[in-house]
Design a protein around this ligand. Structure first.
Ligand code: IPM
Ligand code: MG
Length: 359
């Protein structure tokens, strides 16, 4: 029996999470597993009811569970709250920190059916399979923040970017181990020509590289990396980088897959893993069943793989997604002429059906 905390959150979160649960239920039925789902409030939805975006009961439920499935958080309704009460700073970041989820895995994989869905040329993206490993509990996101008034009547705002050797080593080792399971090429991304924290990052990677002679190590500046991802994405296997660079590069890398609605994520490193799509709460399309649930469904597959070690089950979900796309089914974000348009629920049903009957 596996206990899964379910946190739909805000915006499209409430629409995409049930579709991932459908996929998990289809897996449970086929393989004879028992998944127990316990739902709790987070983000703006929690703030509206409890006055805080991360109620203690929600955090406690996560700690008591074997894994957490999260939808998305935030929206214009809560954008003007003081930072600590905003869904992002008040809920998602403390949740990542409290659960010690220092490793964020975001695989950018192009499903063959989506070769024409991307805004990029087919010959550039064909065969793309990149794993970005983003450090998730350090850097600018968690550094000290302050505001002060200046003599000229303006203000000064500060965000501190700091990394310790320990924090860098831990994520980079993780990335080396992941590279060993793949094509054995690790690209460490930094801004060592300008930032002191990046110089320590690069030195630390260079030291660790000696322990992994079987993995090819390269270093790249983040600005160059953002260009190379579009110019020649197939050069990358595993990318490891600090928190904010990883945030930005993974949105960019998502377009290699056709849509940000295809990018899942796993946040691991502590006792309980957290699985969520890499995209946001999309308030503009919320409540209309237009959202693509595939990133969330693929995040559920990552949960099976990384939290429960159910590799065959994870692969079956991924295969179902691949087949559904190959058969021409699309949510609006991926729609092209000649394809079959599905809404969020229909896409979830289609994937679950393929899991139930697939080989
Ligand atoms: C992500 C998101 C979050 C982040 C936001 C919602 C705080 O953009 O998971 O990439 O910046 O980490
Ligand atoms: Mg982001």
């Amino acid at each position: 029996m596996y206990k899964i905390a379910v946190l739909p959150g805000d915006g499209i979160g409430a629409e995409i999470v049930p579709e991932a649960i459908k996929a998990l239920n289809a897996i449970a039925e086929r393989f004879g597993h028992e998944f127990v789902f316990n739902e709790a409030l987070i983000g703006g939805a929690a703030y509206d009811v409890e006055g805080t975006p991360l109620p203690p009961a929600t955090l406690e439920l996560c700690r008591q569970s074997d894994a957490v499935l999260l939808g998305a958080i935030g929206g214009p309704k809560w954008d003007n709250l003081p930072a600590k009460l905003r869904p992002e700073v008040g809920a998602l970041l403390p949740l990542r920190k409290e659960l010690e989820l220092y490793a964020n895995l975001r695989p950018s994989v192009l499903f063959p059916g989506l070769l024409q869905a991307s805004t990029l040329k087919e010959e550039v993206i064909e065969g793309v399979d990149i794993l970005v490993i983003r450090e998730l509990t350090g850097g600018l996101y968690f550094g000290e923040k302050s505001r002060e008034k200046t003599a000229d009547g303006g203000q000064k705002a500060t965000d501190i970017l700091s990394y310790s050797t320990y924090e860098i080593e831990r994520i980079v080792r993780f990335a080396y181990e992941a590279a060993r399971q793949r094509r054995k090429i690790l690209c460490s991304v930094d801004k060592a020509n300008v930032l002191e924290s990046s110089r320590l990052w690069r030195e630390t990677v260079s030291d660790l590289a000696k322990e992994y002679p079987d993995v090819e190590t390269t270093h790249m500046y983040v600005d160059n990396c953002s260009m190379q991802l579009i110019r020649n994405p197939r050069q990358f296997d595993v990318i490891v980088t600090e928190n904010m660079f990883g945030d930005i590069l993974t949105d960019e890398a998502s377009m290699l897959t056709g849509s940000i609605g295809m990018l899942p994520s796993a946040s691991i490193g502590g006792q309980v893993g957290l699985y969520e799509p890499s995209h946001g709460s999309a308030p503009d399309i919320a409540g209309q069943q237009k959202a693509n649930p595939l990133a969330t469904i693929l995040s559920a597959a990552m949960m099976l793989r990384y939290s429960f070690q159910l590799e065959a089950e994870a692969r079956l979900i991924e295969k179902a997604v691949k087949d559904v796309l190959a058969e021409g089914y699309r949510t609006p974000d991926l729609m092209e002429a000649g394809k079959k348009l599905l809404n969020t629920i229909e896409m979830g049903d289609m994937v679950a059906e393929h899991i139930s009957k697939g080989e």
